[in-house]
Design a protein around this ligand. Structure first.
Ligand code: IMP
Ligand code: MG
Length: 181
């Protein structure tokens, strides 16, 4: 896998620092809140970040998972979202924290936001590991973003190309020749 990576964007150590900061931000946000926030991992991309993030937090939280598919196997967003696996928990009246791997076009986030607010969540907070603001096609943004990147295609630490590279422990830019072949 390593030989398909052009350069490293975030090392394991840098990821751990970003996770720590995001956890502190969430702890501060929910300090003194009586209700237990429901943290939602948008699978599969956010799973590594999610597991590290919830363990770095002090706030007692509940966790849940949802799978949406938007990309198929290409490196370009189709703009189409489909719920592959829905939440087990009800979000009604809950403080919901959505954890994303990356906000790219913003299509996935809009879909998730509309769905979760439509189901009556009390509040909706988005934490993302990566943000590609220059790629946005819809007007939406995360409340907390760990790292902004340009138009590169990145993989590792949950992020895939054609379902591959998710288990790389760091995040790197994929060599162009890999996805342009
Ligand atoms: P959006 O709906 O266009 O914002 O796309 C969000 C989803 O696209 C993410 O959850 C990722 O699965 C995928 N994605 C966007 N950019 C990248 C990337 O650079 N590497 C891997 N996956 C990406
Ligand atoms: Mg993906």
């Amino acid at each position: 896998m390593n030989s398909d990576i052009q350069s490293i964007v975030l090392s394991e150590k840098q990821i751990a620092e970003k996770v720590e900061k995001a956890a502190k931000w969430l702890d501060a946000k929910f300090e003194g809140t009586q209700s237990v926030p429901l943290m939602i991992s948008v699978l599969k991309g956010s799973v590594m970040f999610f597991c590290d993030l919830v363990r770095a937090m002090d706030t007692p939280v509940q966790i849940d998972f949802m799978t949406v598919s938007s990309y198929g196997s290409s490196s370009e967003s189709s703009g189409m979202q489909r719920i592959v696996m829905d939440l087990a928990a009800s979000v009604e009246g809950r403080d919901v924290v959505l954890v994303e791997d990356i906000v790219d076009s913003g299509n996935t986030l809009v879909k998730m936001r509309d769905l979760i607010s439509g189901r009556g969540a009390k509040s909706f907070t988005v934490v993302t590991l990566f943000d590609k603001p220059s790629r946005r096609t819809v007007n939406v943004s995360a409340d907390y973003s760990c790292f902004e990147i340009g138009n590169e295609f990145i993989v590792g630490y949950g992020l895939d190309y054609a379902q591959k590279y998710r288990n790389l422990p760091y995040v790197g830019i994929l060599k162009r020749e890999i996805y342009e072949k």
